[in-house]
Design a protein. Structure first.
Length: 185
């Protein structure tokens, strides 16, 4: 494979991570639309009960679906302060240790999240507020987000294990090379 060319799997994974960021942005836009709509409804004297629940579900969906994209683009809180202080020969081992622990933790989190939402589905749990819908529907964003973050973490672990540099480090270095330090503030 020529340098700079991406494999088919790499292109698919990167597209999924980018799509998760777009999806999170759409959820944020949806929050804006719902909040704007409820403001207009209040102005004309209409009831707005239940919209707070929708906004809460959209907020959770935005947070969880954006995790993988945020991680892969270097905008995620990491143990960088510790890793950059390690001697260069130990830095890769430290990165692998951090990614390994994170991968195991997220694997368990994804599994338990799926189990929890499946139980909500099996038991027919309904949302407890004014909007009576099966609670597993808004909980799906939790599953999607944790599975995507687990996949991204595993992806980075394998990349570093195979001798590559973490993509989040490369992304931050490229931003800094362009003079963009906005994410560091």
């Amino acid at each position: 494979m020529k340098p700079g060319m991406k494999s088919g799997l790499r292109r698919v994974l990167d597209a999924i991570y980018d799509a998760s960021g777009v999806l999170a942005g759409l959820f944020v836009l949806s929050i804006f639309v719902v909040m704007l709509g409820t403001s207009v409804m209040r102005l004309v004297g209409l009831r707005t009960g239940g919209f707070e629940e929708i906004i809460a579900w959209l907020t959770a969906a935005a947070a969880f679906t954006g995790l993988a994209s945020t991680f892969k683009h270097g905008d995620f809180v990491r143990v960088e302060l510790l890793l950059t202080r390690l001697p260069v020969p130990l830095r890769r081992a430290g990165e692998l240790l951090a990614l390994g622990i994170g991968t195991v933790f997220l694997g368990y989190t994804a599994w338990s999240t799926c189990s929890y939402v499946l139980d909500s589905y099996r038991f027919g749990d309904m949302a407890g507020g004014l909007i009576a819908i099966p609670i597993w529907i808004p909980q799906l964003s939790f599953i999607v987000g944790t599975i995507l973050l687990f996949t991204a973490m595993l992806d980075e672990f394998v990349r570093v294990l195979c001798g590559g540099r973490p993509s989040y480090v490369v992304a931050v270095e490229e931003r800094h090379a362009r003079g963009d330090f906005t994410e560091d503030v």
